[in-house]
Design a protein around this ligand. Structure first.
Ligand code: GLU
Length: 443
């Protein structure tokens, strides 16, 4: 069967880790089934939607590598919603309501005060023609509610939460359109899901009760509902997603040196029974993706874990993937030498500086200076110059271990630790290495 998923952000802000995760899972669900992944811009709220965010969403998805197979925009589809609205209204499934916010609030308070659930009482449904005409004559424009069918129990088999059941009588008829004619997200989303052939709606569990209402909208429009799955929310390591983590967007992550593949490797498996595997190629995340492995408990997002996954991804990135982000002149050999020491790709430039020089070694005592002078005088080189040099020095001086290696590393790199000297020394080169040893010996 053909699978079509969609990611449906509202362009009222930047993408953050929470909705990046939703986008990724929809992309994976589609890819795993050889299906289609759509981007749907939910911009019916003209007051809060901004074009700059539409552009950013596209750019962020491109940076992440979650390329949609198609893009739709709700603001371009208003006439389609109008037609569906008219059909539902003619069928008696949408009705006008005239209560003000204050009146509705008061009704809620009264019900809650009596210990009853605050369900809308459908008073507007029972207005007579004359009462309705009176309201309209008084200039009160109605908002519009979808009439739930109380005789039709709502059930679905959720891809993550299992069997779900809602009693429609325990739900308020949802408002689908405001008095100014603007749309709430609920009905346009259903209309789009039907028209775009969406087979799977995968979203956060904050949408579970919307799903209950939307299932009846699908049925009212004569369509079979798609499969639904609701994932547990993302929380921070302390049990709540902090404001900072929660609002973390692609720009901030990129500025922090986080690679998209690292973020996606983590988000693909967080909250599932599968271990996180750092994947430098996100296509590798596809085969293991399985909703059956998703748990009901909140998924914990931990910035330190992201940093670890990021380093592990970088350690696998081939030169061709990073070449344009390295300092001019830094080649594949240098990349491979320093890669295991990186937490961020930007740090490669620091190591390139160590290779290119100049370096500043720490002060050495007299004996060590003599040792470094000997190293310069021996001037041994070869295919593996570090092995050749240290073997010759060991034999000549009897030094071994730290006493042998550390002063050499310090003199040659200016640092106590760093990439494997077997790989670094050939990059520093024989002439430069000798100069550094002599300079350190002559302090
Ligand atoms: N625009 C809605 C949101 O961002 C879409 C929800 C959905 O996936 O249906 O919450």
């Amino acid at each position: 069967m053909n699978v079509t998923t969609r990611f449906a952000p509202s362009p009222t802000g930047r993408l953050h880790v929470g909705n990046i995760r939703t986008a990724l899972h929809n992309w994976l669900l589609a890819r795993a089934a050889g299906g289609r992944f759509l981007l749907r811009i939910d911009d019916t709220d003209a007051a809060r939607s901004e074009e700059q965010f539409v552009d950013k969403i596209r750019a962020d998805l491109a940076w992440l590598g979650l390329v949609p197979d198609g893009e739709e925009r709700q603001s371009a589809r208003l006439s389609i919603y109008e037609q569906a609205f008219n059909r539902l209204r003619a069928a008696g499934r949408i009705y006008p309501a005239y209560e003000t916010q204050q009146e509705l609030e008061l009704k809620r308070k009264v019900l809650l005060g009596r210990g009853l659930p605050p369900i809308y009482d459908r008073a507007a449904l029972h207005l007579s023609e004359a009462e309705r005409a009176e309201k309209e004559a008084a200039g009160i424009a109605p908002h519009w509610r979808f009439l739930l069918d109380h005789a039709e129990p709502i059930r679905w088999q959720d891809g993550i939460r299992g069997a779900q059941h809602f009693d429609p009588a325990a739900l308020s008829d949802p408002v689908v359109r405001r008095a100014d004619g603007s749309w709430l997200y609920m009905l346009p989303s259903v209309i789009d899901d039907i028209e775009m052939g969406v087979t799977d709606v995968l979203r956060g569990e904050d949408h579970v009760s919307n799903t209950a209402l939307q299932i009846q909208m699908f049925t009212a429009m004569g369509a079979g509902p798609p499969r639904f799955a609701h994932e547990a929310l993302l929380v921070g390591s302390e049990g709540k997603l902090s404001k900072r983590l929660g609002s973390l967007g692609c720009d901030a992550l990129r500025d922090d040196g986080i690679e998209p593949e690292a973020l996606l490797s983590l988000l693909a498996r967080l909250g599932t029974s599968q271990p996180v595997e750092p994947q430098p190629d996100i296509a590798a995340l596809v085969p293991g993706f399985d909703l059956a492995t998703f748990g009901r408990a909140p998924a914990r997002f931990d910035a330190e874990e992201l940093a670890r996954v990021n380093a592990a991804v970088i350690h696998q990135l081939p030169f061709a993937r990073v070449a344009d982000r390295l300092p001019a002149g830094m080649g594949a050999q240098a990349w491979e030498a320093v890669r295991p020491n990186l937490h961020r790709i930007g740090e490669a430039a620091d190591w390139w500086q160590v290779i290119e020089g100049p370096v500043t070694p720490p002060p050495f005592d007299e004996e060590t200076r003599a040792f470094l002078q000997l190293a310069a005088d021996l001037d041994r080189w070869g295919d593996d110059p570090w092995a050749v040099l240290t073997a010759a020095l060991k034999e000549a001086t009897g030094r071994k271990g730290r006493a042998l290696f550390l002063p050499l590393r310090q003199a040659l790199t200016g640092l106590d630790a760093g990439p494997d000297m077997h790989r670094l020394l050939p990059l520093i080169g024989q002439v430069q290495a000798r100069r550094r040893l002599l300079a350190a010996a002559a302090q």
